[in-house]
Design a protein around this ligand. Structure first.
Ligand code: PMV
Length: 328
């Protein structure tokens, strides 16, 4: 019987950007994110005879996945098989509910879903901590956070960058939304993987790491106290700093597009008019406008003219198994 897992993307308030150890794929700093609920990956796994198969499901049908992506999936399957001590081939069929590789954490949700579905299929014991560490090893660090719901801190132990993610606060604590202004839905030119490698070549990277502890503390306190103004200030500080590191890396990386700046200006004007909203971006041009749930209508209306599409998402519960399997 196939097993299907659905896992959400997440949006980081404090970013994972840069590695402490390239070989181990462990982050240079602690990050904190909000798990989403509508931007999800669905992954169906079954065991088969013959070699592994990787399929991409779109518009109601499956076709062979892009070879680079398929190779990454098989590499991760090898890791999962070694962990579970099994030797079986698998068929993977996967899809996303949102644009792939456009800075909306599609690899985080995709590898979290694959890890959960494959381990469940081979009856391996999967507690969230183990799932987080294995998902991180896929090469998408932020997948380590997509295995949990609510507001998630990773790594949980500031002294151990290889430790798992942990729930910082449950989603019931604060109903925040993420209005995603998709200004460019095409795949990005440079992967976040390359961005992580280059981060330490920025002359400002060391200083960033020094300053991050205090900023993370401010975000934690703002979340705990549901203090949106403090959260907004820290989240935007973090967005600009991550982009500053990217643009001063050698060679430089620029993820923003002209449309990104137009949306950022809109968000600034909206906030000045009294709407509680702030912006963050990842390794891509799209803007995540964060706001309390009751501001969503105003935020979406203000941003819709300046982007291709708006995706309205909110804090979510984390991954789950599903009986709706993807078929060939
Ligand atoms: O998960 P990765 O390796 O693709 O890196 C994600 C990096 C950012 O999305 C830019 C920041 C983050 O913490 O999610």
């Amino acid at each position: 019987m196939p097993v299907t897992a659905v896992a959400p993307a997440n949006i980081a308030f404090i970013k994972y950007w840069g590695l402490a150890d390239r070989a181990l794929g462990v982050p240079a700093n602690q990050s904190l994110s909000m798990t989403l609920s509508r931007c999800v990956s669905r992954c169906t796994v079954d065991t088969i005879k013959g070699p592994d198969e990787v399929w991409w499901h779109e518009d109601g049908r499956a076709r062979p996945a892009d070879p680079v992506f398929a190779a990454r999936v098989v590499e991760h399957l090898d890791r999962l098989r070694a962990f579970a001590e099994v030797d079986v081939s698998m068929r993977i069929i996967t899809t996303n509910s949102f644009p792939t590789a456009a800075g909306i954490a599609s690899s985080a949700s995709g590898f979290a879903a694959l890890t959960l579905a494959a381990l469940t299929r081979v009856d391996a014991a999967v507690d969230p901590g183990r799932l987080s560490i294995l998902a991180r090893k896929s090469g998408s660090g932020s997948a380590a956070r997509s295995v949990l719901g609510g507001y998630v801190l990773w790594p949980e132990d500031s002294e151990d960058p290889a430790s798992a993610a942990t729930t910082f606060l449950p989603r019931e604590h604060w109903a925040l939304s993420d209005v995603i202004a998709v200004v460019d839905s095409g795949p990005k030119a440079t992967s976040s993987r390359e961005g992580h490698f280059r981060a330490s070549t920025s002359p400002h990277f060391g200083r960033r790491v020094e300053l991050l502890g205090e900023r993370l503390q401010r975000v934690r306190t703002a979340l705990r106290e549901r203090d949106f103004a403090t959260l907004a200030e820290a989240v935007e500080e973090e967005m600009y700093e991550m982009q500053a590191i990217a643009t001063t890396s050698r060679p430089p990386l620029r993820y923003w597009r002209p449309g990104t700046l137009r949306v950022l200006e809109r968000i600034e004007a909206l906030r000045a008019s009294g709407v509680p909203v702030c912006a963050t971006t990842d390794a891509g041009p799209n803007v995540h406008a964060l706001c309390p749930d009751d501001a969503v209508t105003a935020v979406a209306a203000a941003l819709s003219d300046d982007c291709e599409t708006i995706i309205i998402d909110k804090v979510g519960a984390g991954p789950a198994l599903s009986s709706e399997h993807l078929g060939m």
